[in-house]
Design a binder for this molecule. Structure first.
Ligand code: CTP
Length: 478
């Protein structure tokens, strides 16, 4: 990557009058002040800016309070006393002031022992050379880039390197191993060999990191164009089985009598990358990652048939809540959506292989409801065959399935199917309490509609109820 006009990129970012105000303040208070960290990285890489991190050789809290006064009454400062940090929100951006630190961590905890440090100390303790750049806001050298570890060269080489020995950087905060992988995916950079080896050596130290922080990194990966890169890296350095054993278990190919199945790990990753081309929806992406998650526990070799994974969609759906809970993903309708997608993921494929009957389409619409379009996306992303004829056939059949879906939905409106005859009406008509019979009649009505025997219409359903109740020997009282 060529970073030309480095000075221009910095000068452009510093044009905002905000920096002049901060610079004036730094001069008046004699507190050396720098832009630092991810903010500087993103200025130079011309990425969208989120938060502004400012590092001061003095009290961050004092600087933030003084600046807030100058920016106007409405600007409020939030102080994090324990960390000596203060933040304020200005023109939609969070500006955080931190005193320069020299940190050392206790071996078995994430609690840093913080000491006041110099600019160099502060840069030393950061995770990657590209995140350790500083820009001076001081009058004497306003706008000067301070790059003690060759961060710019690493950006140009698209390399993630730690400022210190990677064993130290990673053991100071093991989350950084996940950050390395996440940045590699987000920025398209390579983790340098020494850092990669250190990650492999220190992977087990992720144990002391909260699941919430780990899943944050994984979700950031999941929202990139090609999350597969991240999971492959996690696999390469031994993090995958620690964090996500179910996914690690999908790796590998078994062969019996010359018959092998595909490697479900790589297949899954390809499905995930495929779906990232068609959706930004994090949960549909999760569904892609988990769609075959129960293939390892359902795998069987059957004589004459080869490898089978019978029921993997059912078991997979059952596994979703446990995985979500352990990974600290939400236990709400998002999880239910993923479950539903995992459960139904084969249905459009089976349809596309078969003769597409109206009743099969109605059933699919009924089961998928409003998520039908997302389910179709997942099913299309699931086509990873290298056989072009096969792929063309699947895609053509999916097209047919989509057309039929549209046609049936327009005709029958079963997508958000509500039974036209309610249980209450059945009970009232026959003077019976909630019972097996009520359930039988309701199911029979639903089946008749899905099979196309009757329309999704009150009158037809009511007459069907009368016939069914007759068969069951019920006597009408109304
Ligand atoms: N940092 C670090 N080690 C961490 C987290 C953060 O050294 N475990 C430092 C890095 O210098 C980083 C800066 O703190 O650039 C700001 O951290 P943060 O806002 O969490 O991340 P960014 O690098 O800005 O990236 P993103 O916002 O994409 O997470």
């Amino acid at each position: 990557m060529i970073i030309n006009n480095l000075e221009n990129r910095i000068a452009k970012a510093l044009q905002s009058p905000l920096y002049q105000k901060i610079s004036d303040l730094a001069e008046e208070c004699s507190i050396p002040t720098y832009l630092i960290g991810g903010y500087v990285r993103d200025i130079i890489l011309e990425r969208p800016i989120k938060d502004i991190d400012i590092m001061v050789l003095g009290s961050g809290i004092e600087m933030a309070e003084l600046l807030a006064k100058r920016l106007g009454k409405s600007v409020k400062v939030t102080v994090y006393k324990n960390f000596g940090t203060a933040a304020l929100r200005y023109k939609g951006l969070d500006i955080e002031f931190v005193g320069a630190r020299k940190e050392s961590y206790e071996r078995h905890s994430r609690k840093p022992q913080v000491e006041i440090g110099s600019l160099q100390d502060d840069q030393n303790r950061r995770d990657f050379t590209i995140n350790a750049l500083a820009i001076s806001l001081n009058k004497a050298d306003f706008g000067t880039l301070i790059d003690p570890f060759g961060g710019i060269a690493d950006m140009q080489a698209q390399l993630l390197r730690t400022p210190l020995n990677p064993d130290i950087t990673f053991s100071d905060d093991p989350l950084r191993m996940m950050r390395a992988i996440r940045f590699a995916v987000q920025l398209g950079f390579t983790i340098d060999d020494e850092a990669m080896e250190a990650i492999s050596r220190n992977a087990s130290r992720l144990e002391i990191i909260s699941r919430e922080r780990i899943i944050d990194e994984i979700n950031k990966m999941m929202l990139t164009q090609r999350p597969s890169i991240g999971f492959k890296l996690m696999d390469r350095c031994g993090i995958l089985p620690l964090v996500f054993p179910e996914l690690a278990a999908m790796k590998g190919v078994d062969e019996i009598d010359g018959k092998a199945h595909k490697d479900n790990f790589y297949h899954t990753l390809q499905v995930l990358d495929n779906i990232c081309q068609t959706t930004d929806d994090l949960w549909l992406r999760w569904a892609a990652l988990l769609h075959d998650i129960a293939k390892p526990p359902t795998k069987k070799f059957i004589e004459g048939q080869g490898w089978t994974f019978h029921g993997h969609e059912f078991l997979g759906a059952k596994m979703v809540p446990g995985i979500f809970k352990r990974l600290k993903l939400p236990q709400n309708e998002k999880m239910k959506f993923v479950q539903k997608m995992v459960l139904l993921h084969l249905r459009p494929i089976v349809l596309a292989e078969d003769i597409v009957t109206d009743s099969a389409i109605r059933r699919l619409l009924f089961d998928a409801g409003d998520d039908i379009d997302l389910l179709m996306k997942l099913a299309e992303a699931d086509i990873t065959s290298k056989n072009e004829t096969k792929v063309a056939r699947y895609l053509a059949n999916f097209k047919l399935v989509r057309e039929k879906l549209k046609e049936i939905e327009e005709k029958d409106a079963v997508r958000n199917f509500q039974p036209p005859v309610s249980g209450e009406l059945i009970m009232e008509t026959y003077g019976i309490p909630p019972s097996r019979e009520v359930g039988l009649i309701k199911d029979a009505i639903k089946e008749a509609i899905l099979e196309g025997e009757i329309h999704n219409d009150f009158q037809e359903a009511f007459e069907f109820m009368l016939r069914k109740a007759d068969e069951l020997g019920l006597k009408r009282i109304k």
